[in-house]
Design a protein around this ligand. Structure first.
Ligand SMILES: [Mg+2]
Length: 173
């Protein structure tokens, strides 16, 4: 069962993702979760570091998009700041929105890396869509009440993967 939502890669934050390494793995597009992956939960506060890192993504010629269960003005603001389109009201872990993201980028899902902070939405859904998956640590501990419950289950699996040596030191406490 854990294989359904076991990330391919654990990276502390988006800016720690090695673009050259992704290209070497044959990946050609990037999908991003919004809340607690690109911005603190329920904000449009894009940091300077994220802005600079997205400049590198664009310079590397990698298409990117946002796939978020949120929608509205806040998503449009971030989408515009980063210069990438967004699939909104995604209903993750449903596969539909992930496939829509891949289609937007004109990249086959198998060559897309999905970056997110939640196992049971971002990682589970992207794996069902056949994507490569990267789990980042959430930017803030703030979340929906329902997400907080899922975090307890996440911690169980993260402990297990840490014991198995899959998680690099300093990933998250
Ligand atoms: Mg999130």
């Amino acid at each position: 069962m854990p294989a359904w939502f076991k990330p391919d890669l654990f990276v502390p934050s988006v800016t720690g993702i090695d673009l050259a390494d992704l290209k070497a793995r044959g990946l050609a597009g990037l999908c991003f979760d919004l809340d607690n992956t690109l911005v603190p939960w329920n904000t449009a506060d894009v940091s300077r570091e994220i802005m600079d890192w997205f400049a590198q993504v664009h310079a590397a010629g990698l298409p990117a998009c946002i796939v978020t269960n949120a929608g509205g003005q806040r998503v449009s603001v971030v989408s515009e700041m980063l210069g990438v389109p967004a699939v909104v009201w995604a209903g993750k872990p449903s596969v539909t929105a992930f496939l829509a993201g891949a289609k937007l980028m004109r990249v086959h899902p198998a060559r897309v890396a999905m970056v997110g902070d939640q196992l049971f939405t971002d990682i589970l859904g992207a794996k069902r869509a056949g994507m490569f998956t990267i789990l980042v640590a959430p930017i803030t501990p703030r979340d929906f009440a329902t997400t907080k419950i899922l975090r307890l289950a996440e911690r169980f699996f993260l402990r297990r993967w840490r014991r198995e040596g899959l998680i690099p030191p300093g990933y998250r406490s």
